[in-house]
Design a protein around this ligand. Structure first.
Ligand code: ADP
Ligand code: MG
Length: 530
């Protein structure tokens, strides 16, 4: 895009302008396509080098007439589709106006122009006319004859050079703008290509939050640093750990996962560090711990916030010294593992409550990757839907199905307490229900045990609008219970504590709202819930 207000940014334009001023005392200026003087937009008025023009520009009517002369000259260029410099000849004072159009790709972008001068042969011939005009404008000029003598004049030859210079200047401007346009197009293309990188490994997301997250992952993927991934259930913490491993230098070595909340202390210790034969009843032979298995690779410690204090000490030792002791063993074993830990709990607060060791927290939290919940990045929903639909299509060897727009609209409204995992399950459910139908209709949202359709978020708004308090309270209560059930993986005891009600009350309400069935059905469908 050629911007007349930027012409002077070009060094060559400034230089030519300087020369013209020095040689002929003529001021080169710029006008936009409407003929408006660019300097005036900026609040700058530079009059031509003569007492007459100064006086004319100095009064309001004169300023208006001057501008109209320029405007007419520039518009005439556009109307006549001129491509060269043209001497428009007369301004309101009877002086010359010269203008050269800036045309690129058949488009008129404005003009460079100069005024307030005369050709030497016109200089004598116009004396009477110009002075008359000045007088009729009521200009107060002390010595009109002398002022007239001071008007810059150009010989016919110089006038030719002047035109050439103007045309050269315009060529420079057009050429420069072309280069800029090309560069800008290239930059736009590059940023599209980069922006098109909505993926890191198998993690998709185009939201700013996810793009930032990808940038962090890019930086840490090749390092050996311990990473702590935090975020709600189903936000993709494990996926991130996997992506870091399989895109990093350890990708050919094992990736080992252990969920720290799944086992009691004794079992967890034996899982992680192994045991020697006879160290406890049932230890009939030596068992290799997962830390040994993970040697050279990556160990993903899921739900690390659920680790007991005793186990925290043992983990700390691995992190600090790279050694551990198998259960019943006496010789510390050395390992080289990269640790990626994850938790949906706020470790920092747990540290404050002394539920989590501060030293371990700092060891784990070398790099913190926080995964935002899906509701905080709803703009990722369409991309994720497309991704999961494509996934299913690939598995089934069929064309990818499409979601009815109403479904997407509903998805945007929904709070997704189970995050991406819940969205993934929902898409799977819809795809199955759709059977051979290519378009997944909104009717399918209602069938089966989906929370998405049940959730009364919209109702809540409606009740709020109507001012119906008890209906709104009911809707909110139901929504909180439903979302809480998904978030706690239907752990009613935990949810009751979270909501500050007794377990009995919670169960009663679940029955009342008829959400029990949905919960159980989704739970069985979820598989990996813990
Ligand atoms: N950004 C994402 N892009 C694609 N799939 C995702 C994304 N985030 C999560 N998923 C999928 O959602 C499910 C839950 O992810 P997971 O990593 O197990 O979550 P978390 O460990 O935080 O509970 C997995 O099937 C995972 O592949
Ligand atoms: Mg997980």
């Amino acid at each position: 895009m050629i911007d007349p207000s930027r012409f002077e940014d070009l060094l060559i334009v400034r230089k030519i302008k300087e020369k013209i001023r020095k040689w002929w005392r003529i001021e080169l200026s710029f006008a936009d396509p409407t003929g408006f003087v660019v300097d005036h937009k900026k609040g700058v008025v530079i009059p031509p080098h003569s007492k007459l023009c100064e006086a004319s520009l100095g009064c309001r009517e004169g300023f208006g007439r001057c501008n109209r002369s320029i405007e007419k000259a520039v518009r005439d260029l556009a109307d006549r589709k001129e491509t060269k410099a043209v001497l428009v000849d007369q301004c309101h004072m009877g002086l010359h106006v010269i203008a050269c159009p800036v045309v690129a790709d058949d488009k008129f972008h404005g003009a460079i122009f100069a005024c307030g001068f005369l050709g030497s042969e016109a200089k004598e011939a116009r004396r009477g006319l110009v002075l008359e005009n000045a007088a009729s404008e009521g200009l107060q000029i002390a010595q009109p004859e002398e002022a007239y003598g001071g008007i810059p004049s150009l010989s016919a030859q110089d006038m030719g050079y002047f035109k050439d210079l103007l045309e050269t200047t315009v060529e420079e401007i057009v050429e420069f703008s072309r280069t800029i346009d090309q560069k800008e197009a290239r930059i736009a293309q590059l940023s599209r290509e980069l922006g098109g990188r909505y993926q890191f490994g198998n993690i998709v997301g185009k939201s700013a939050a996810m793009q930032r997250l990808f940038a962090v992952l890019e930086k840490v993927v090749d390092s050996e640093s311990t990473v702590l991934v935090t975020g709600e259930n189903g936000t993709g913490k494990e996926l991130i750990a996997r992506a870091l491993h399989y895109n990093g230098p350890r990708k050919d070595k094992p990736f080992v996962v252990q969920n720290c909340s799944a086992l009691n202390d004794n079992l967890l210790e034996s899982e992680l560090f192994g045991h020697v034969k006879g160290s406890f009843t049932g230890a009939t032979r030596d068992k290799q711990g997962l830390f040994r298995v993970a040697h050279g690779g990556t160990f993903f410690l899921d739900e690390v916030g659920d680790m007991s204090p005793a186990m925290q000490v043992k983990l700390l030792r691995v992190l600090q010294e790279g050694t551990f002791l198998p259960v019943g063993g006496t010789k510390p074993e050395e390992v080289d593992v990269r640790i990626i830990a994850a938790t949906n709990r706020t470790l920092k607060e747990m540290v404050q409550r002394r539920e989590f060791r501060e030293d371990l927290y700092y060891r784990l939290n070398v790099i913190n990757v926080e995964v935002p919940p899906l509701r905080a990045r709803a703009e990722d929903i369409p991309l994720l839907c497309e991704y999961f639909l494509g996934h299913h299509a690939e598995k089934a060897g069929k064309a990818s199905k499409q979601l009815a727009p109403e479904i997407l609209a509903r998805f945007f409204e929904y709070g997704w307490p189970g995050n991406i995992r819940e969205l993934e399950n929902e898409i799977e459910r819809l795809v199955v229900l759709a059977g051979d139908r290519q378009l997944v209709g909104v009717d399918l949202l209602q069938s089966g045990a989906s929370h998405v359709a049940q959730l009364p978020a919209r109702d809540l708004e409606r009740y709020k609008e109507k001012g119906d308090l008890s209906a709104a309270v009911t809707a909110l209560e139901r929504e909180m219970i439903q979302q809480g059930l998904v978030a706690t993986h239907w752990n009613k005891t935990r949810l009751a504590v979270q909501l500050g009600v007794s377990r009995t009350t919670l169960i009663k309400k679940i029955k009342e709202y008829g959400i029990e069935d949905a919960a159980t059905a989704a739970e069985t469908g979820e598989g990996g819930a813990h």
